[in-house]
Design a binder for this molecule. Structure first.
Ligand SMILES: Nc1ncnc2c1ncn2[C@@H]1O[C@H](COP(=O)(O)OP(=O)(O)O)[C@@H](O)[C@H]1O
Ligand SMILES: N[C@@H](CCOP(=O)(O)O)C(=O)O
Length: 325
């Protein structure tokens, strides 16, 4: 359960009086997620029934100074037809607030559920949605450096230190070996754009095979565009523990992306390296959290070794196996 900051109901009700919503009916901590505290908030509707919102308190890796980038990006994408949630302004036009000692925002609620075992049809829909996002992101003027880039992975590995071997003997050496490989093979000349950088199934809301919303843009940044597809590939196309690769999901995901955006020959050639980098990135953030999450935190830690298995798969995979052609 990702609720790091507990907000008393009275404080929540008082907070909502800043907004042109009805009064608070209920607020429940949301179990999913690991980065921030999220509440599902219900208010009396000003017309009839109830309205729903997401109230997010920013914790851990989100830098408050980056929030205007995320807000402007979602406005840009929403204006271009992407189903993304808008940040809601209070009566004075203010979107970024403070609550419980944390930066906090009220956010539009989008309907849909996150699939846990994506079908090929759902993987194709996710690929199409990612392609549409990349098209809609064109022309977005702001940039945000990806702090979790190759240099960031080196830094994170150093900060995990001996803790890596406490997760699994030999993990530290495997990480060092992979970093050395990526230092040589990480692509430098591919097209860059704003990317989502965390488009896991839990960040894609769906009704059946239709995508109804893309959420959680708090890692979005400027980086290699096809790296976003590689991150999505690792998240959608494996058994949760990384023990099995579903080639049908991979082909469908990449096919969906190609249908809406397209993938150049250079991006196809670099795809295995991009997937290796993506796998190492999530291995390292999960390992860091595994080592550093306090035992009383109400959050379910994610298994770093599920990404070591993906990494080992990608390190020996043939490009056609990943791309489906
Ligand atoms: N705009 C939204 N509409 C509907 N549900 C949302 C929205 N934002 C977040 N959620 C719900 O909250 C959960 C956690 O949100 P997320 O942004 O992924 O948290 P974290 O950043 O902590 O990982 C999501 O899995 C989803 O169930
Ligand atoms: N997707 C990352 C962790 C970030 O969590 P999210 O709930 O914000 O997607 C992982 O699985 O390691």
């Amino acid at each position: 359960m990702a609720v790091y900051t507990h907000v008393p109901a009275e404080d929540m009700a008082q907070f909502l009086t800043r907004y042109a919503t009805g009064p608070l009916i209920s607020a429940k901590g949301i179990a999913e997620g690991v980065e921030n505290s999220n509440y599902l908030v219900e208010t009396e509707s000003l017309t009839s029934g109830t309205d729903r919102f997401i109230l997010t308190l920013y914790e851990k890796r989100v830098d408050e100074a980056d929030l205007p980038f995320f807000m402007d990006l979602l406005d840009h994408l929403g204006a271009r037809g992407c189903r993304v949630p808008r940040f809601i302004a209070d009566r004075d036009g203010v979107k970024l607030q403070q609550l419980g000692g944390r930066p906090a925002c009220l956010i539009e609620f989008l309907s849909g559920i996150s699939v846990t075992e994506p079908t090929p049809a759902q993987s194709a829909a996710a690929g199409r949605a990612l392609g549409e996002l990349h098209i809609a992101a064109q022309g977005f003027p702001a940039e945000r450096r990806n702090t979790l880039d190759l240099a960031g992975w080196h830094d994170l590995a150093g900060r995990c230190g001996d803790g890596l071997d406490s997760i699994a003997p030999g993990l530290g050496a495997r990480v060092e070996q992979e970093l050395a490989w990526l230092d040589v093979h990480w692509p430098r000349d591919l097209d860059r754009s704003v990317i989502h950088a965390d488009l896991f199934p839990d960040n894609v809301l769906m009704h059946g095979d239709e995508v109804t919303g893309l959420i959680d843009f708090y890692f979005s940044c400027t980086d290699i565009r096809a790296y976003d597809l590689a991150i999505t590939h690792g998240a959608w196309c494996f058994a949760h523990d990384g023990s099995h690769y579903y080639a049908d999901r991979g082909a469908a995901l990449v096919g969906g992306y190609v249908q809406t955006h397209g993938l150049s020959d250079a991006e196809r050639a670099a795809f295995p390296a991009l997937c290796r980098g993506a796998a190492l990135r999530f291995l390292l953030t999960r390992a860091y959290d595994w080592i550093n999450t306090p035992p009383d935190a109400m959050v379910t830690r994610k298994d770093p070794l599920a990404y070591r298995r993906r990494l080992d798969f990608y390190a020996q995979a043939h490009p056609a196996e990943l791309l489906g052609a």
